[in-house]
Design a protein around this ligand. Structure first.
Ligand code: ARG
Length: 271
């Protein structure tokens, strides 16, 4: 059984002191709580689709980008003495942004896949995930992946969930720009099911969406990595050495526990 099956996510506080970022698609490390920005710090542009709680999302009260990935990149930036800025973009724009090196790295619950490895470099894996099926709580016919043949399935565009859904015989797939749009389509019965990363669907339901439920076993074992342009090996090196530091000094485990309410598996982050 996948490790992730045993996940019991905790709702952690996602407060922050900063004021709302009116430029809305950007957040600097100072705003994220990274403190002052003395001259001479290396400036790092970070791409993320900040609509994927609990990994990256906007705190509705402060407008600040929060979540597991957001705290992890803040900690990585602190280790490396980086001054960073979050560039929020659609998920399907992230790999192209990395390929053109218009950003320095991306953290966005990105699964390390063979296909993406041809396009970008990945850090050490930092989270284990898998795909799950969500249906309306009132649905008693779909009990897992095996019941999805011929059904209407909502996914987020360009994700591993979209890839997995496309393997289902006869399924009619609708790609949404964000997973929340796919969830809304499910709630409105425009699709029969949503295929998506388990921790994100679990968190969505936990946030009061009790008209949705997860059914059946997970499919796939996936690892998230921080993605870096192939032309920036120095950045990749610094991301990996920072991940090792954060594992050693307990900071990674602290962030993990805050967002998932349990200890991380001891092989993460790691080879
Ligand atoms: N892990 C999946 C993938 O890499 C979904 C990631 C979606 N991330 C996001 N921030 N919307 O394809």
């Amino acid at each position: 059984m996948l490790v992730v099956l045993a996940l019991a996510l905790g709702v952690a506080g996602c407060g922050g002191q900063q004021t709302k970022d009116t430029k809305d698609s950007k957040q600097t490390s100072a705003q994220a709580g990274g403190g002052q920005q003395p001259a001479g710090k290396q400036k790092i542009l970070v791409a993320s689709d900040t609509t994927y709680a609990p990994f990256e999302f906007q705190d509705p009260n402060t407008g600040k980008y929060v979540g597991f990935d957001m705290e992890l990149i803040q900690a990585i930036a602190e280790v490396n003495n980086w001054d960073y800025e979050i560039r929020s973009m659609n998920f399907d724009g992230i790999v192209p942004a990395l390929q053109s090196a218009s950003v320095d790295l991306a953290i966005s619950a990105i699964t390390i896949t063979e296909k993406r490895k041809e396009q970008v470099n990945f850090s050490l894996p930092y989270y284990q995930s898998g795909q799950c099926v969500a249906v309306k709580a009132s649905n008693n016919t779909i009990k897992g992946f095996d019941d999805l043949a011929g059904k209407k399935i909502g996914v987020q565009i360009a994700t591993t969930g979209a890839d997995e859904a496309r393997k289902i015989p006869g399924a009619k797939i609708t790609d949404y720009n964000t997973i929340n749009e796919a969830f809304m389509a499910l709630k409105n019965s425009n699709v029969d099911a949503v295929v998506n990363d388990y921790p994100v669907t679990f968190y969505f339901i936990q946030q009061g969406n009790k008209d949705v439920k997860i059914v059946g076993d997970l499919r796939t074992s996936e690892f998230y990595g921080i993605a870096v342009p192939k032309s920036k090996p120095d950045i990749l090196e610094k991301v990996n050495s920072a991940l090792k530091t954060l594992k050693e000094n307990g900071k990674y485990a602290e962030i993990y526990k805050k967002w998932f309410d349990k200890e991380p598996p001891d092989f993460l982050p790691g080879e």
